[in-house]
Design a protein around this ligand. Structure first.
Ligand code: 5RP
Length: 297
């Protein structure tokens, strides 16, 4: 039976009257005024301790089929899951291939349409928000083609997903797409990331640029994570991640530079050192070599 306040007869309740009630300010960039559920989901993506994330992206099949390294996701990706803070993937792969015992963040690909055989920017929303909730997604990801042929349509895809996501507390990752016709420099990245943030993206994925990347992160009021892009030498990929983090990115969302690495299991762990521990590239690369040799035996 519940204890009745007036009849308990105990005089030993402790209300800590000398201590102001503590709040817990949410410190992830630009996210302090989000609703509790959204903040909680962002914690599934961004490690609350470092405030950063290592996202493992393997949604490439949604437009290009069985990409090199992703022919058998059960064989090549599942062994990496324990080192990913978050995975970015399609619902088809989540249901068919990822064990439901997986406990990290889930970012679901939510825009799609064209394949590599046609105009890639002609995407539409390809996921119901109820489906995202059913699959326990932390966020949905949508491609935005700022300056591209289908700019307005892709922006509209994003704003619609943001409205639905905000209704149910699901974050939206706006992904700045770079096509052949779009420049990859700081001026373009500032424009694209800022537009996505202004229109309500919870966080933004973009490419690292060698010059002026700190101005991209400075002018974007929400977290930025960088895509990996084409496969680089491991040391170069770790260097890119290091620079991005030191210049204000709050994580990486890498695919090919992990799963096409000579040793994916070593590469994802080395990236964790760079992202969460501020480890310098050379040391992270030594760490990569050590783990690689350990997994070779
Ligand atoms: C497609 C995506 C991909 O998931 C991601 O960018 C691919 O990652 P990577 O470039 O590191 O292979 O968002 O637009």
């Amino acid at each position: 039976m519940a204890e009745a306040e007036s009849s308990s007869g105990r005089g030993d309740k402790e209300f800590f009257l000398d201590r102001p009630v503590q709040g817990s300010p949410y410190t992830l960039k630009g996210s302090h005024s989000l609703d509790w559920g959204l903040q909680n989901r962002l914690n599934q993506i961004f490690d609350p301790k470092s405030g950063r994330t290592v996202m493992l992206a393997f949604d490439h099949g949604y437009f290009q089929g069985p990409t090199t390294g992703l022919e058998r996701i059960d064989v090549t990706i599942n062994p990496l899951l324990e080192w990913a803070d978050t995975i970015m993937l399609t619902r088809g792969i989540l249901r068919s291939t990822i064990p439901s015992t997986y406990r990290g963040g889930i970012v679901l690909r939510a825009s799609a349409g064209p394949s590599i055989l046609s105009e890639l920017s002609n995407e539409q929303i390809a996921l119901d928000i109820e489906e995202a909730i059913r699959l326990n997604a932390s966020a949905v990801a949508v491609q935005v083609f700022v300056g591209g042929k289908m700019e307005t349509q892709s922006i509209h895809n994003m704003t619609r997903l943001i409205d639905l996501g905000n209704r149910y507390g699901i974050a939206t990752l706006g992904v700045t797409a770079v096509g052949k016709e779009l420049t990859r420099d700081a001026q373009y990245m500032r424009l694209a990331t800022r537009i996505l943030a202004e229109l309500g993206a919870t966080y933004v994925k973009t490419y690292y640029v060698e010059k002026g990347f700190e101005t991209v992160t400075a002018s974007c009021p929400v977290p930025i994570v960088i895509a990996g892009g084409k496969k680089l030498e491991e040391l170069d990929a770790l260097t890119m991640a290091y620079r991005a983090i030191q210049e204000g990115a709050l994580g990486v969302d890498m695919g090919r530079n992990i799963f096409q690495s000579e040793s994916p299991v070593a590469m994802i762990q080395a990236l964790r050192e760079v992202v969460h521990e501020n480890e310098e590239p050379r040391h992270a690369y030594d760490f990569y070599q050590t783990i690689k040799s350990r997994f070779e035996v």
